[in-house]
Design a protein around this ligand. Structure first.
Ligand code: ZN
Length: 190
């Protein structure tokens, strides 16, 4: 290293060609921890853990369910429950606009995916939050799907498992969102 390179800040010294933004989007992922550029399918094969530095990358709800549940006998619970804009809520943008964008970005209809299935042949019901859908916030759809999942677990006498990834209540649904706290707690008590 020359004396000039030593004087330059680390960012300027970094001249790795793999670092440039010219890589096709969706095929490569840059690890935010060690900055290694990873082939996306390699990362997925390693359960979204960086093979270089063991950083745990964010995982979508459906990817997590896919890794967690046995391939056979899966079924989704509550996917027919869809969000509505009961309050006609608007902050800097309208709630339906935010919903539409979240749906397009995630391919989900709300922030919780609930599935019945099995883990090594033991039947379970699993609820999994999708953080990329409005911060995994809980509105009336998340609450209702959660409760349907709990009820299915009670009926079948199987464990209920929840992978939580949420920023809290969905403010665009106001009180309807806060009511989900009581609703989900009541079903968990049962
Ligand atoms: Zn890494």
């Amino acid at each position: 290293m020359s004396w000039l390179e030593k004087l330059l800040p680390p960012k300027i010294q970094h001249t790795d060609p793999s670092d440039r933004r010219s890589v096709p989007e969706g095929v490569w992922v840059k690890c935010p921890s060690c900055e290694t550029v990873l082939y996306k399918s390699d990362l997925q094969a390693n359960h979204n853990v960086c093979p270089t530095c063991s950083h745990h990358h964010r995982m979508s709800a459906r990817d997590r369910l896919d890794m967690f549940l046995d391939a056979e006998g899966r079924y989704e619970i509550g996917q027919e429950v869809l969000p509505v804009d009961a309050l006609k809520f608007k902050d800097s943008r309208k709630y339906p606009e935010r919903l539409k964008e979240a749906m397009q970005n995630t391919g989900e209809t709300d922030a919780l995916v609930v599935m019945g299935g099995a883990v090594h042949n033991i039947n379970v019901v699993v609820a999994c939050f999708e953080f990329d859908f409005m911060g995994g916030s809980m509105g009336s759809v998340v609450g209702e799907r959660f409760v349907r999942g709990v009820h299915a677990a009670i009926e079948q006498k199987v464990p209920f498992i929840c992978f939580t990834a949420t920023g809290g209540a969905r403010m665009q649904e106001g009180l309807l969102s806060l009511m989900q706290m009581a609703k989900t707690n009541a079903s968990l008590t049962r």
